[in-house]
Design a protein around this ligand. Structure first.
Ligand code: KG4
Ligand code: ZN
Length: 360
């Protein structure tokens, strides 16, 4: 079967087509097209994503990207077996653009429409790229999300922990802003950290050692701000100070992620002794220093560490098309009356983290 995926929930407009056998539960899929337009230039001067600008940019690009994906795959609309779109969570204006486009194609081509939870897209990617069997532990670390989940089956997710404030990617982005390193912050911090001393500035590791594998990064940001303020009281931040702070920040975030993941592995194992892997997804998974730390944790727990390639870890439409295939194979489709869901937790029964605000 051929399924088109559309992703418009944040600042990437993306369309993909994935091919897979219609039956069977074995993953096995092939990416026929994976086109993406990143709105970086639109948002860079604001230092973050502006929802109205994002929605307009999605609207301007989506038609062309759908055509490009079909041309790349060498397929006609009629040859698609389903059209999947991110139905949430995310910025509502953008989600509406993608969902409306997918419904229109589904109606015209008379094919099923599948609403995919963006987090489910991230969660299932490792099955396409690395043939990972259920159940596995997912550490999702992106600009908008920071969660630990047991992935038991398609549609069955158990959340073990989440952030009470910022996501890990936000911690990188806000830290980079404080250090004058630009947006997006993750890659800039990683580069600066390469020539920095992580031990020079002692920064806090919020939540480390806690029983529940939740996260918190706002205290880290505050500590960093205070350091920067002290260092810049008499002039601009020196390059070496900046790099040392970047290295300190990266090391602190890595320590938090490693400690929380280790704790979650223990909890997941107790529930599912057949746990097969630790899977990492989201833009922060691109960070080499963090990957190395997680590799050590996984090896210590005798688990396989799976990190899909960076272009499939950050937001993309292949993950939406793939989740569409996994759902379609199980007969899960949605009606054209599906309403976009700006908030859509993967595990609605999960308790909120202590002190949690509005984040899913
Ligand atoms: O998954 P993603 O592309 O978008 C969503 O937020 O859904 O993740 C983007 C985030 C940004 O916060 C960015 O700073 C972070 O991933 N990121 C990194 C690196 N590359 C991207 N963080 C740390 N190190 C990196 N190399
Ligand atoms: Zn994402």
């Amino acid at each position: 079967m051929h399924v088109m995926g559309i992703e418009t929930s944040c600042d990437e407009t993306a369309v993909a087509i994935v091919e897979a056998p219609a039956a069977g539960s074995a993953p096995v899929g092939r990416i026929l097209a994976n086109v993406i337009y990143s709105q970086l230039t639109e948002h860079r001067r604001f230092g973050g994503v502006v929802p109205e600008i994002a929605a307009r940019a999605h609207l301007e690009r989506i038609d062309g990207l759908v055509e490009e994906a079909l041309a790349t795959a060498g397929l006609e609309l009629a040859e698609l077996d389903g059209i999947a779109a991110t139905g949430g969570p995310g910025l509502i204006g953008g989600v509406m653009v993608g969902v409306t486009m997918a419904k229109a194609i589904a109606a015209v081509a008379e094919r099923p429409f599948i609403a995919v939870n963006h987090l489910e897209g991230h969660a299932l990617t490792a099955r396409l790229t690395d043939d990972v069997a259920f159940p596995y532990l997912l550490l999702l670390i992106s600009g908008g999300h920071c969660q630990l989940l047991i992935v038991e089956e398609v549609g069955r997710y158990r959340r073990l922990g989440t952030t009470v404030d910022d996501a890990a990617g936000e911690a990188f982005d806000k830290g980079a802003k404080l250090l004058g390193l630009g947006y997006p912050g993750g890659p800039a911090i990683e580069r600066a950290a390469a020539s920095g001393d992580p031990a020079r500035f002692a920064l806090p590791r919020p939540m480390v050692g806690r029983l529940e594998p939740d996260f918190s990064f706002s205290g880290l940001k505050t500590a960093l701000r205070q350091r920067v303020a002290a260092l810049t009281a008499r002039g601009p931040l020196a390059a070496q100070d900046r790099d040392d702070l970047a290295a300190g920040l990266q090391a602190a975030i890595a320590d938090c992620l490693a400690d929380r993941a280790e704790r979650a592995i223990g909890l997941a194992r107790a529930r599912r002794p057949d746990l097969a892997a630790l899977v990492v997804a989201g833009g922060v998974a691109a960070n080499g220093f963090i990957r190395t730390r997680l590799q050590t944790i996984a090896a210590g727990a005798d688990l396989r560490l799976v990190v899909p390639p960076a272009r499939l870890c950050t937001d993309n439409a292949t993950m939406i098309a793939w989740a569409g295939i996994e759902r379609l194979r199980r007969g899960y489709v949605d009606g054209l009356d599906f309403a976009p869901r700006p908030r859509w937790p993967l595990d609605p029964s999960a308790p909120r983290a202590i002190g949690a605000g509005v984040k899913a």
